[in-house]
Design a protein around this ligand. Structure first.
Ligand code: C5P
Length: 327
């Protein structure tokens, strides 16, 4: 049997079709009903064996004080987005290598390279996606062969959104978002995403949510959304899209309201802030619609967003797509 010395994993971004947020819990997190939908915007994460060494060049250590197993590099098209990628212990991909190494006792020093296409600090769970990819890549590289349920458990320890990219498709996350259950969604949909030149911190958006909605009710799955997905009805899906964090994201970055209105006026079937933002997502068609109808709507939405001058970049994607795959 040949042993890999380099492993590359491709991992998708997500958009939330519904993000219902309950009140703050005692641990500071919020109970969620989080309908994740994986879309065809991918990061590629490559993990390589690194020679043994006594420490990182910058001397950084893992959160428990041990020497970090991973050295990180990143590349991507957007310079402003790349500048927001931490290359130290605070990057969840490094945390994933450390956690798997500690859990199995078989960790070895690695170099992790992140090829970024998912917006950074954009509400599309790019950092969580990289962590999920690093986890499965290290599992293969170190031949630790953890069962899927153990990988999902470790992913949930790393962050609320890390388990979903291992699974992909469309799924409801409950608890902090990490307790996943698949949702019947036979349709394929077309999306346009408007990337902002700014980033928003997830924690800051949740804090703003607590300020604006101190009496938030317990979150519940929208039956309109579930029915729209089951029927693969793009118009009903567009109407059912909902994000409780949107008001908080708009409060922190008011210009997002104009972005949402621009895409909606141009004919998008639905428009919402993705996760904690600031990326705005526009549903432009799918299901049984003629591809020419979808293409025309997509072109109108893209043209209006481009003309608005509000977006750093506009990207198109399909959903849903599968989770992590080895390249
Ligand atoms: O779990 P993760 O590290 O992705 O969460 C980032 C931040 O988002 C948390 O520190 C917390 O402020 C907020 N959060 C929350 N409730 C959740 C998920 C995240 O308050 N269910």
């Amino acid at each position: 049997m040949t042993v890999d010395t380099t492993v590359t994993v491709r991992v998708p971004a997500k958009v939330n079709l519904q993000l219902a947020v309950g009140p703050a819990r005692e641990d500071g997190f919020h109970d969620l009903v989080n309908v994740f939908h994986a879309v065809s915007l991918f990061d590629e994460v490559t993990v390589r064996e690194a020679g043994p060494r006594s420490g990182r060049p910058d001397g950084s250590t893992s959160p428990d004080g041990g020497t970090l197993l991973a050295e990180l590099t990143a590349n991507g098209r957007s310079v402003s987005h790349l500048s927001r990628v931490p290359l130290d212990a605070s990057n969840l991909a490094a945390g994933a290598a450390d956690l798997l190494g500690r859990e199995t006792g078989r960790g070895r020093p690695v170099r992790i390279h992140l090829e970024k296409r998912i917006p950074v600090a954009g509400g599309m769970a790019g950092g969580s996606a990289d962590a999920a990819a690093a986890l499965v890549a290290c599992d293969r590289l170190w031949q630790t062969g953890l069962p899927r349920e153990d990988l999902l458990r470790l992913a949930a320890v790393l962050g609320s959104d890390v388990a979903f990219p291992l699974v992909g498709g469309t799924a409801v996350g409950r608890g902090r978002g990490e307790i996943l259950e698949p949702v019947a969604s036979p349709g394929r949909y077309r999306w346009v995403f408007a990337l902002s030149p700014h980033g928003l911190s997830t924690g800051a958006v949740f804090a703003e949510y607590d300020r604006l909605r101190p009496d938030a009710p317990a979150p519940e799955l929208s039956t309109a959304l579930r029915d729209a997905l089951a029927a693969a009805d793009p118009a009903a899906l567009g109407r059912a899209l909902a994000n409780d964090l949107q008001e908080a994201a708009l409060s922190l970055l008011p210009e997002l309201e104009r972005t949402l209105k621009t895409g909606a006026s141009a004919g998008a079937l639905g428009a919402l802030v993705s996760g904690s933002g600031p990326t705005c997502a526009f549903l432009v068609g799918g299901g049984a619609e003629e591809s020419s109808v979808v293409a025309e709507r997509e072109a109108a939405v893209v043209a209006s967003l481009e003309a608005s001058g509000l977006c750093e970049q506009i990207v198109r994607a399909d959903g849903d797509v599968p989770g992590t795959v080895f390249v």
